[in-house]
Design a protein around this ligand. Structure first.
Ligand code: B12
Length: 486
């Protein structure tokens, strides 16, 4: 157990808008405080002038440790492809001027590339995986024997070399429920929702996904009662629109049912509205019914494609008929439905593109997120597929906006070269103005760049910011569809 005098300053570095409450900071701060540390949070997202906020914060304190939360490495969106690493480096450099305290990094984005980001940012430490218990261990070692090899998840420098202890994915999973470390009410006003986790980890094999790298492949479940306590804490703060922060809510399905049952039993299902990410399978009448009664109003499915070869390429277990059935279940139970399309993966051709888009139109969802370009992360199935295609430098399907050698730490996307020079143009022609679709942005330099407001990048999205200021709440795809009058 930590000594009560140990002081930790946690900083949220994510300044995208609409602002999303930094759930990682919330839980890490709550856990460190529960373990006896005195914790301050400096939230650069809610600060008008981040530089002034930092200067002000460190003029009044000298903590033992400064923790930076780095949620997004980049916006994962082609072709905007914005990396947040330069900004992170600037923040670390600025902190070096303001404090002598060591700096530790953490966050889901950080945990995808832990060693690289420790090196690139120049910070002292990083924690890959869950931060709640690990940060307490680190504080203890800093104030004691400095046996950094004992801190779970720690990435650190030994004799000038960056070394790592292996990820921190502790079990069982129990998290603070008070929701009092960040300003959830402000995030609700400005971001229109709050996040909550029912579990961590994902055991699915989707080739493109980085979640198993950051959260592990074991499903670490929270007690349903704990999830319900947290929902009640948010309600007490006037926050009644939520988004789950699990990789997929319905995996494993028994846990999804149990969480719903607990929300229903406590009458919370009638007081909150929530949205969720889900796999297309497993999903049936029974789960749809329980979810609706538990307060779910919208589901965003990892549907990916309808062309069979693309579903196989992405290693999805559902077939196109399952997508149609999932949409039908949502309709029957009064939940809005968003289907994600991942276009341009290995093997995509103009024909498979046309097939998937036509099918997604035909099943009549409320929205379709037509993302073009698969962000390639090292350590995923996608990286293996790309490696098998030959040297990355010569791969005509890799798209990027940075110079120099291909480096997967930078936003690097795969768009099948079979789609030609203007794949976004092709996709937009196939969508043909169907207002249910969020379209990919035109390629940089494309002659016709109309319809740029038709995408669903939630990074600096002014239309969303304005809609939320005007009182709209909910998942961003649901707000955007209302803005389109749908
Ligand atoms: C739910 C979700 C959303 C929801 C958020 C809903 C909400 N109200 O919170 C919505 C749909 C809005 C969304 C939007 C976006 N998202 Co998102 N999202 C997620 C998801 C599934 C959960 C994030 C989360 O809150 N996790 C729970 C928290 C508690 O975990 P955590 O942040 O990792 O924190 C833990 C540790 O990392 C660590 N930690 C965190 N901070 C710190 C700090 C210190 C000092 C330490 C020691 C430890 C530590 O401890 C914490 C507790 O254990 C993740 C994937 C995932 N499974 O995590 C993607 C993910 C974060 N999103 C991603 C992206 C790209 C985006 C968008 C940029 C997409 C876009 N272009 O519009 C936007 C950005 C929005 C924004 N303003 O930030 C990517 C980021 C990848 C990357 N390249 O950086 C992810 C990883 C998905 C993926 N696999 O691609 N997202």
């Amino acid at each position: 157990m930590m000594a009560a005098t140990q002081m930790l300053t946690l900083i949220n570095t994510n300044r995208m808008t609409p602002p999303i409450g930094p759930l990682g900071v919330e839980y890490v701060a709550g856990a460190a405080a529960r373990a006896g540390a005195s914790v301050d949070v400096v939230d650069l997202c809610l600060a008008d002038d981040p530089d002034a906020a930092l200067a002000d914060a460190f003029s009044r304190r000298e903590p033992r440790l400064v923790g930076l939360s780095f949620r997004n490495v980049d916006d994962c969106f082609w072709p905007s492809a914005q990396s947040f690493l330069p900004e992170l480096k600037r923040t670390v450099d600025r902190l070096r001027e303001l404090t002598a305290a060591p700096i530790v990094l953490g966050g889901v984005g950080f945990s995808i590339f832990p060693e690289r980001i420790v090196e690139r940012s120049g910070c002292d430490f990083g924690i890959r995986g869950d931060g709640e218990a690990a940060i307490g261990h680190l504080l203890d070692e800093l104030g004691g024997k400095r046996r950094f090899d004992r801190v779970p998840g720690l990435v650190w420098r030994r004799d000038g070399e960056v070394v790592s202890n292996g990820p921190a994915w502790p079990e069982p999973l129990s998290l603070p429920t008070a929701r009092d470390a960040i300003d959830n009410a402000a995030y609700f006003r400005r971001g229109g929702q709050a996040g909550v986790e029912t579990k961590r980890g994902c055991n699915r094999g989707c080739i493109y996904c980085a979640d198993p790298l950051a959260k592990g492949t074991a499903l670490r479940l929270r007690e349903p009662a704990e999830v319900a306590d947290e929902v009640a804490s948010l309600l007490a703060r006037g926050v009644d629109v939520l988004h789950t922060c699990d990789s997929e809510f319905n995996v494993p399905v028994e846990h999804a049912r149990a969480v719903c049952d607990e929300l229903i039993r406590r009458g919370l299902g009638q007081r909150v509205r929530w949205y969720t990410y889900m796999a297309v399978l497993p999903f049936d009448e029974d789960l749809a019914d329980r979810m609706r009664r538990a307060g779910c109003v919208g589901i965003n499915f990892t549907s990916d494609a309808a062309a069979e070869c693309m579903l196989q390429c992405y290693r999805q277990s559902h077939r196109r008929e399952d997508i149609a059935r999932a949409v039908g279940l949502c309709r029957a139970h009064g939940m809005a439905v968003m289907l994600d399309l991942l276009l341009g993966g290995p093997g995509e051709t103009p024909e498979t593109l046309a097939e998937s888009i036509a099918f997604f139109k035909q099943v009549e969802p409320d929205c379709v997120g037509a993302a073009l370009g698969m962000r390639i992360y090292p350590g995923t199935g996608a990286a293996e597929v790309v490696a098998a295609e030959g040297p990355m430098a010569d791969n005509p399907s890799l798209r990027r906006r940075y110079d120099g050698p291909v480096d997967l730490l930078e936003p690097t996307f795969y768009i099948s070269s079979a789609l030609g020079d203007r794949p976004a143009g092709l996709v937009r022609e196939l969508i043909a103005g169907d207002q249910r679709f969020f379209e990919p942005l035109e390629e940089p330099g494309a002659a016709e760049a109309g319809g740029v407001d038709g995408d669903h990048n939630y990074n600096q999205n002014d239309a969303l910011v304005q809609a939320i200021a005007d009182g709209q709440r909910g998942a961003y795809w649901d707000i955007l569809r209302h803005l389109r009058g749908r």
